[in-house]
Design a protein around this ligand. Sequence first.
Ligand code: ACO
Length: 335
Amino acid sequence: MRAAITGTGFWVPEQVITNQDLTRLMDTSDQWIVERSGIRERRWLRVGEDGRTELTGAEMGANAARMAMADAGITADDIDFVIYATVNPDIFFPGNGVFIEDLLELGTVGAMDIRNQCTGFVYGLAAAEGFIRSGTAQTILLIGGEIQSTALDVSNRGRDTAVLFGDGAGAAIVQGTEEDRGVIASVLHSQGRFARELWAEIPCGNVAGRYTPEMVEGGGNHPHMNGKMVFKHATRRFCEAIREVMKKGGVGPDDVALVIPHQANQRITDAVGQRMGFPPERVFSNIAKYGNTTAASIPIALAEAVREGRLKSGDLLVLVAFGSGFTWGANLLRW
Ligand code: ACO
């Protein structure tokens, strides 16, 4: 039994935030952002007078899921498990997976959240494959979704990070098949000694009351990133993961039709493509439109790649990610 992606979908907020829009919030420029990251605009959920976003993260995920279900030609009755990858659950607990179960009226199917940041979808696909191969599930709804905008420090203090991130959700239906397609191999890694190089501290389970005033003053409720360190590790680990998953699957770079990297930063994507010898047309990018949507970036990119006709039946596809943790990994699939 193999595990194949049989449907994809995505949903992004209507509100477009251009680089120019950000110049009204902080000292930055379109040129700085484009040169450093390749990002021209991103989508941010609108926030109402009550301070809440127009949709919850789970509602965004449900919208992406409905598109993926229609694409796969299935209904909610066919889904027997939910995996939700996110850095940004709507609340501290429970995770967004159970809200999806409720929103899509999935009965009482199992729902699990994955907290592996930008690598969440890659980990989730490996987990989905394992559940399918072991007979635990047959049709899994795998979602990557993020509300980043509400966490960002849009003052000058947070400008190195705030300009990079966007909101959105992507979904895939992963189903058991006996055909020669689907996940061939996955590789997963982490290195917690670098956890503090890209993190958001609050809410903090080991602190009474979950935060202290000092933590808030220090910006602990916003993501913090050592950009240079992340850049250095990301380019190296992206390449290692691609090599490792190709070796595990017994294929070489010339066999791979398309690489969909986590949309971290166009400079990282370009460096990885060059080092690995993949021409730009074989490395998917949509970061200019959506920024970095963390766990949502690969499923959104996959859904767009499918709709742009970038994948045909039988093609070899590599999904690869690196992110906070640090965590990194890759999946090799036959489409
Ligand atoms: N606009 C204008 N100037 C800025 C901004 C901004 N938004 N942010 C920082 N600057 C300034 C800095 O203050 C600094 O000014 P100074 O020289 O007067 O001190 C100058 O720009 C250069 O700052 P650096 O941090 O040295 O800039 P660098 O060239 O390293 O670029 C960046 C920063 C884009 C974050 C870079 O380190 C990078 O690409 N890192 C990779 C991180 C990344 O992409 N993470 C994605 C999320 S994690 C993931 O998905 C894996």
